[in-house]
Write a protein that binds this ligand. Sequence first.
Ligand SMILES: NC(=O)c1ccc[n+]([C@@H]2O[C@H](COP(=O)([O-])OP(=O)(O)OC[C@H]3O[C@@H](n4cnc5c(N)ncnc54)[C@H](OP(=O)(O)O)[C@@H]3O)[C@@H](O)[C@H]2O)c1
Length: 253
Amino acid sequence: MDSRAAPPQSEPRRAFSAPYGQATDQFWMSGSSKPCDQRCRCVDAEPSIEGAKQMSQRRIIAAMQVSVDGLIEGPNGEVDWVGSWDDSFGLLSQIDTCVLGGGMYPGYEEYWLAILADPEGVLPLTGEVPTEDEIAYARFADQTPHFVLSSTLGEVRWKTTRVVREVEAIRRLKQEPGKDIYAVGGATFISSLMNLGLVDELRLTVRPIVLGRGKALFKDVNQRHPLALVRAEQREGEKVGLIYQHANAATSD
Ligand SMILES: NC(=O)c1ccc[n+]([C@@H]2O[C@H](COP(=O)([O-])OP(=O)(O)OC[C@H]3O[C@@H](n4cnc5c(N)ncnc54)[C@H](OP(=O)(O)O)[C@@H]3O)[C@@H](O)[C@H]2O)c1
């Protein structure tokens, strides 16, 4: 069953507030006497028409690997410092669509199609055999619609991929029913979505390295975006996982 199905009218819905409203020490379900078990902060609030519209939308979650200085790749496109890409795989149960920029798509297609073609083979890009999680992601991606934003990209090889020419197509996807949407990258694409207020959640895995030069994740973002920290955790390999919710995020049902 689709977990995004609308709840019954009487069911209380959560409204995002902190850290901008009067945050309390406990988290409460709006309209309920029960404490909320979610890690976001909630307030009693009647949603506005605009708020109700936001709440009925699926969310766009951008999950990226970043250096301590906020870069997503080195000056020559190096991503060897990332190691494995498995930090985003925890998302898979809650998404049913992937969106990405035309800049990264050719490399993405090549990488994951190579794993699908030979799950036990050594990958030319890394010189390693794929991990079990990577094989699982390749199979997931092979069944999951992908939308690539590009005005120049022509034919794509992957059957699940469709090229869209305007960023408004991504907004329309968000308004369709479904699970959440995974924004895979890269920096230009994520900046475009941020500028249009389309990113609801950021999941950053901070790797223990300063790259100094390279491509900044938010290089084209043109205004402030207040965020609320949902979770921060130290992970194996000296990584730090950070989950931020956008102040204007659509909330999940
Ligand atoms: N560290 C990480 O977690 C991570 C994750 C993913 C990717 N990456 C890296 O990111 C790099 C790619 O990033 P990138 O910033 O160069 O490229 P990108 O964001 O993947 O794609 C940029 C392209 O998307 C299209 N686009 C973006 N915004 C648009 C808009 N508003 N309207 C129309 N088209 C738009 C344009 O394509 P057209 O020019 O065709 O119109 C633009 O050139 C790759 O090298 C990859 O290794 C890193």
